[in-house]
Design a protein around this ligand. Sequence first.
Ligand SMILES: Cc1cc2nc3c(=O)[nH]c(=O)nc-3n(C[C@H](O)[C@H](O)[C@H](O)COP(=O)(O)O)c2cc1C
Length: 329
Amino acid sequence: MLDWTDRHCRYFHRLLSEHALLYTEMVTTGAIIHGKADYLAYNDEEHPLALQLGGSNPTDLAHCAKLAQDRGYDEVNLNVGCPSDRVQNGRFGACLMGEAELVAQCVSAMREVVDIPVTVKTRIGIDEQDSYQFLTDFIGTVSEKGGCDDFTIHARKAWLSGLSPKENREIPPLDYPRVYQLKRDFPHLTMAVNGGVKTLAEIEAHLEHLDGAMVGREAYQNPYMMVELDQRLFGSNKPLKKNVASWLRRCTHILSARWLTVLTSITFLAICWVCSRTCRVPDSGVATLVRMHISQELASKCCSRHWKKNSCSPRRINKSCNKPELCKS
Ligand SMILES: Cc1cc2nc3c(=O)[nH]c(=O)nc-3n(C[C@H](O)[C@H](O)[C@H](O)COP(=O)(O)O)c2cc1C
């Protein structure tokens, strides 16, 4: 999700779920080919990780898919679902649903140069082109001519004009039965549903009909669901606390390496507190961990100040020290 699931967010999500397939934000072929920054950078810990590409030039997409494979991505996904004006002006995203032959060429060009899966994320229709026939024609063309065998379907159509991208994620109604029907009509294709999935029970219900479910906003707003997901769907029993605590420790160690004072720790604590209030994180217990960890950090900082003042160290306690138990710890 653009501006949300950057590499730092994905790193955090990977700590919560070992197994979920994570997706990058959409990266345009233009940015990768002509941009000055490294748009393909990620942390090794993020695997399994799919790069989502935005574009419609088969040669450029093939070039970017090859770069992605060389950089170690596990999958390349083509965005055929974004309805924003900017994306439409670039002739990619959801408007490509009206150009099934071109999408097939794009997928085919990418598949020719990579061995990793090339997948497509799309909608159930665009504008007035929202019949089931339109959807099956699109999927049929992209799978038969392009060779794509793995689709994620956002179960609502997109209005290409008149609605903002945000409204296009909320106003057109969700139609899960249509996606289930699609899977029944194309049983050989791998199909996942996306849109409005919020709970594990909902994921499990979709899995009765489909091969996967993609969770967008809820994974961002309620990240703890990913821990439960690992436990319920993948039978994981990895202790979360150890995982997250080590991540937090790394973060604070980086921050506190040389110049972080107790004062900035307190600022960090305040930011965490504000985030926990605004992001619904407290339910997850992660905020508690943040607070616990920061207070431990603060305690150790105070302690080291105390050592300094009394010329103590954990090994050598000054006789005049009035808090030897603190310095020993
Ligand atoms: C801030 C934001 C950015 C998004 N960026 C992308 C994107 O880069 N690529 C994409 O395929 N979908 C993007 N989406 C759409 C989501 O992937 C998803 O299709 C949509 O939010 C519906 O699923 P949900 O109800 O689980 O969130 C974005 C959504 C949001 C809220």
